[in-house]
Design a protein around this ligand. Structure first.
Ligand SMILES: Cc1cc2nc3c(=O)[nH]c(=O)nc-3n(C[C@H](O)[C@H](O)[C@H](O)COP(=O)(O)O)c2cc1C
Length: 175
Protein backbone atom coordinates (compact mmCIF):
# COMPACT_ATOMS: atom_id res chain seq x y z
CA UNK A 1 0.00 0.00 0.00
CA UNK A 2 1.31 3.43 -0.91
CA UNK A 3 0.63 6.32 1.49
CA UNK A 4 0.08 9.46 -0.57
CA UNK A 5 1.69 12.72 0.53
CA UNK A 6 0.27 15.91 -0.99
CA UNK A 7 2.79 17.38 -3.40
CA UNK A 8 4.98 14.31 -3.44
CA UNK A 9 4.59 11.23 -5.62
CA UNK A 10 5.52 7.66 -4.77
CA UNK A 11 9.18 7.13 -3.78
CA UNK A 12 10.35 6.20 -7.28
CA UNK A 13 9.24 9.56 -8.60
CA UNK A 14 10.31 11.69 -5.65
CA UNK A 15 12.44 14.76 -6.19
CA UNK A 16 16.00 14.19 -4.94
CA UNK A 17 15.55 16.26 -1.78
CA UNK A 18 12.40 14.34 -0.84
CA UNK A 19 14.12 11.01 -1.53
CA UNK A 20 16.92 12.11 0.81
CA UNK A 21 14.30 12.82 3.50
CA UNK A 22 12.68 9.44 2.85
CA UNK A 23 16.01 7.68 3.43
CA UNK A 24 16.58 9.81 6.55
CA UNK A 25 13.16 8.90 7.89
CA UNK A 26 13.77 5.19 7.26
CA UNK A 27 17.16 5.54 8.95
CA UNK A 28 15.46 6.51 12.22
CA UNK A 29 14.31 2.89 12.49
CA UNK A 30 17.18 1.16 14.32
CA UNK A 31 17.92 -2.39 13.18
CA UNK A 32 20.39 -5.19 13.67
CA UNK A 33 22.85 -6.10 10.93
CA UNK A 34 22.89 -9.44 9.11
CA UNK A 35 24.65 -11.11 6.19
CA UNK A 36 22.75 -13.36 3.78
CA UNK A 37 25.00 -16.17 2.52
CA UNK A 38 24.36 -18.86 -0.09
CA UNK A 39 25.95 -20.91 -2.85
CA UNK A 40 25.11 -19.69 -6.35
CA UNK A 41 25.77 -21.52 -9.60
CA UNK A 42 29.46 -20.68 -9.83
CA UNK A 43 30.28 -18.79 -6.63
CA UNK A 44 29.46 -18.30 -2.97
CA UNK A 45 27.54 -15.09 -2.23
CA UNK A 46 27.28 -12.85 0.81
CA UNK A 47 25.38 -9.59 1.12
CA UNK A 48 25.01 -7.33 4.14
CA UNK A 49 21.39 -6.48 4.98
CA UNK A 50 19.42 -4.69 7.65
CA UNK A 51 16.07 -5.64 6.12
CA UNK A 52 15.90 -8.91 8.08
CA UNK A 53 12.53 -9.50 9.76
CA UNK A 54 10.96 -12.41 11.59
CA UNK A 55 7.71 -13.41 9.89
CA UNK A 56 6.14 -16.55 11.37
CA UNK A 57 6.62 -19.01 14.24
CA UNK A 58 4.57 -21.83 12.68
CA UNK A 59 5.99 -22.53 10.22
CA UNK A 60 9.20 -20.68 11.21
CA UNK A 61 9.71 -18.04 8.49
CA UNK A 62 12.07 -15.08 8.11
CA UNK A 63 12.33 -12.35 5.48
CA UNK A 64 15.11 -10.39 3.78
CA UNK A 65 14.72 -7.70 1.09
CA UNK A 66 17.38 -7.78 -1.63
CA UNK A 67 17.93 -4.96 -4.13
CA UNK A 68 17.32 -5.96 -7.75
CA UNK A 69 20.67 -4.34 -8.58
CA UNK A 70 22.64 -6.53 -6.12
CA UNK A 71 24.83 -9.23 -7.68
CA UNK A 72 23.22 -11.81 -5.38
CA UNK A 73 19.65 -10.86 -6.35
CA UNK A 74 18.89 -13.20 -9.25
CA UNK A 75 20.80 -16.19 -7.92
CA UNK A 76 19.04 -16.16 -4.55
CA UNK A 77 15.73 -17.11 -6.19
CA UNK A 78 14.84 -20.69 -5.27
CA UNK A 79 18.09 -21.31 -3.39
CA UNK A 80 18.68 -22.20 0.29
CA UNK A 81 20.38 -19.41 2.24
CA UNK A 82 21.62 -18.51 5.70
CA UNK A 83 21.02 -15.29 7.62
CA UNK A 84 23.99 -14.45 9.87
CA UNK A 85 23.20 -11.95 12.65
CA UNK A 86 26.32 -9.98 13.55
CA UNK A 87 27.87 -9.31 16.93
CA UNK A 88 29.11 -5.83 17.91
CA UNK A 89 32.72 -6.71 17.08
CA UNK A 90 31.84 -7.82 13.51
CA UNK A 91 31.61 -4.42 11.73
CA UNK A 92 34.46 -5.46 9.39
CA UNK A 93 32.36 -8.42 8.31
CA UNK A 94 29.40 -6.10 7.60
CA UNK A 95 31.64 -3.90 5.44
CA UNK A 96 33.27 -6.91 3.74
CA UNK A 97 29.89 -7.95 2.35
CA UNK A 98 28.80 -4.40 1.54
CA UNK A 99 31.37 -3.70 -1.14
CA UNK A 100 34.44 -2.97 1.07
CA UNK A 101 36.22 -6.34 1.05
CA UNK A 102 38.76 -7.24 3.75
CA UNK A 103 40.35 -10.56 4.68
CA UNK A 104 38.34 -13.64 3.65
CA UNK A 105 36.08 -14.62 6.56
CA UNK A 106 35.82 -18.09 8.07
CA UNK A 107 32.94 -20.17 6.68
CA UNK A 108 30.92 -22.99 8.19
CA UNK A 109 29.41 -25.60 5.87
CA UNK A 110 25.88 -25.64 7.26
CA UNK A 111 23.43 -28.47 6.61
CA UNK A 112 21.22 -26.26 4.43
CA UNK A 113 23.45 -23.36 3.36
CA UNK A 114 26.96 -22.01 3.97
CA UNK A 115 27.20 -19.60 6.88
CA UNK A 116 29.78 -17.48 8.69
CA UNK A 117 31.78 -18.59 11.71
CA UNK A 118 31.15 -17.17 15.19
CA UNK A 119 28.21 -14.88 14.38
CA UNK A 120 25.79 -13.81 17.14
CA UNK A 121 22.95 -15.91 15.72
CA UNK A 122 22.17 -17.72 12.50
CA UNK A 123 19.20 -19.09 10.62
CA UNK A 124 19.69 -21.68 7.88
CA UNK A 125 16.73 -21.42 5.51
CA UNK A 126 15.05 -23.31 2.70
CA UNK A 127 13.44 -21.13 0.04
CA UNK A 128 9.74 -20.52 0.85
CA UNK A 129 8.52 -17.63 -1.32
CA UNK A 130 9.65 -14.50 -3.16
CA UNK A 131 7.54 -11.39 -3.66
CA UNK A 132 7.92 -8.27 -5.75
CA UNK A 133 8.98 -5.35 -3.59
CA UNK A 134 9.52 -2.54 -6.10
CA UNK A 135 13.24 -2.15 -6.64
CA UNK A 136 13.79 -4.98 -4.11
CA UNK A 137 12.58 -8.60 -3.91
CA UNK A 138 11.24 -9.96 -0.61
CA UNK A 139 12.76 -13.40 -0.08
CA UNK A 140 11.10 -15.50 2.60
CA UNK A 141 12.94 -18.53 3.97
CA UNK A 142 11.70 -21.44 6.07
CA UNK A 143 14.11 -21.86 8.97
CA UNK A 144 15.66 -25.35 9.01
CA UNK A 145 18.28 -24.72 11.70
CA UNK A 146 19.26 -21.86 14.01
CA UNK A 147 21.33 -21.03 17.08
CA UNK A 148 22.84 -18.10 18.97
CA UNK A 149 25.73 -17.25 21.28
CA UNK A 150 26.23 -14.67 24.00
CA UNK A 151 27.58 -11.22 23.18
CA UNK A 152 26.70 -7.64 22.27
CA UNK A 153 24.72 -7.10 19.06
CA UNK A 154 25.78 -4.95 16.10
CA UNK A 155 23.09 -2.38 15.31
CA UNK A 156 22.51 0.19 12.57
CA UNK A 157 20.71 3.52 12.91
CA UNK A 158 20.97 6.88 11.13
CA UNK A 159 23.42 5.35 8.62
CA UNK A 160 25.88 4.43 11.38
CA UNK A 161 26.85 1.27 13.21
CA UNK A 162 26.29 1.13 16.93
CA UNK A 163 26.14 -1.49 19.69
CA UNK A 164 23.28 -3.01 21.64
CA UNK A 165 24.78 -4.37 24.88
CA UNK A 166 24.01 -7.95 25.76
CA UNK A 167 22.52 -6.77 29.05
CA UNK A 168 19.55 -5.55 27.00
CA UNK A 169 19.18 -8.88 25.19
CA UNK A 170 18.05 -12.27 26.38
CA UNK A 171 14.72 -11.12 27.76
CA UNK A 172 13.02 -14.16 26.24
CA UNK A 173 14.18 -16.12 29.30
CA UNK A 174 12.13 -13.78 31.50
CA UNK A 175 8.91 -13.84 29.48
C1 LIG B 1 24.16 -1.76 7.19
C2 LIG B 1 23.81 -2.12 5.78
C3 LIG B 1 22.55 -2.62 5.48
C4 LIG B 1 22.19 -2.97 4.16
N1 LIG B 1 20.97 -3.52 3.94
C5 LIG B 1 20.65 -3.95 2.69
C6 LIG B 1 19.42 -4.64 2.46
O1 LIG B 1 18.61 -4.86 3.37
N2 LIG B 1 19.17 -5.08 1.19
C7 LIG B 1 20.04 -4.88 0.16
O2 LIG B 1 19.75 -5.29 -0.97
N3 LIG B 1 21.22 -4.23 0.35
C8 LIG B 1 21.54 -3.77 1.59
N4 LIG B 1 22.74 -3.15 1.82
C9 LIG B 1 23.62 -2.88 0.68
C10 LIG B 1 24.39 -4.13 0.25
O3 LIG B 1 25.06 -4.75 1.32
C11 LIG B 1 25.41 -3.71 -0.82
O4 LIG B 1 24.76 -3.00 -1.81
C12 LIG B 1 26.06 -4.94 -1.39
O5 LIG B 1 27.43 -4.77 -1.30
C13 LIG B 1 25.68 -5.14 -2.84
O6 LIG B 1 26.45 -6.20 -3.31
P1 LIG B 1 27.06 -6.23 -4.78
O7 LIG B 1 27.99 -5.05 -4.91
O8 LIG B 1 27.77 -7.54 -4.80
O9 LIG B 1 25.90 -6.16 -5.72
C14 LIG B 1 23.11 -2.79 3.12
C15 LIG B 1 24.40 -2.28 3.40
C16 LIG B 1 24.74 -1.96 4.72
C17 LIG B 1 26.13 -1.43 5.02
Amino acid sequence: MMIATPGAGPPGRMPAARAHQFRGSLGRFATGVAIVTFDGVTKRHGITVNSFTSVSMDPPLVLVCIARTAKAHDELAGRPFAVNILGAEQRQLALHFAGRPGPEPLWVEGETAPRLSNVLAYFECKPWAAYDGGDHTLYIGEVADFNYRNGDALAYANSAFTTIPESQLGMEDLL
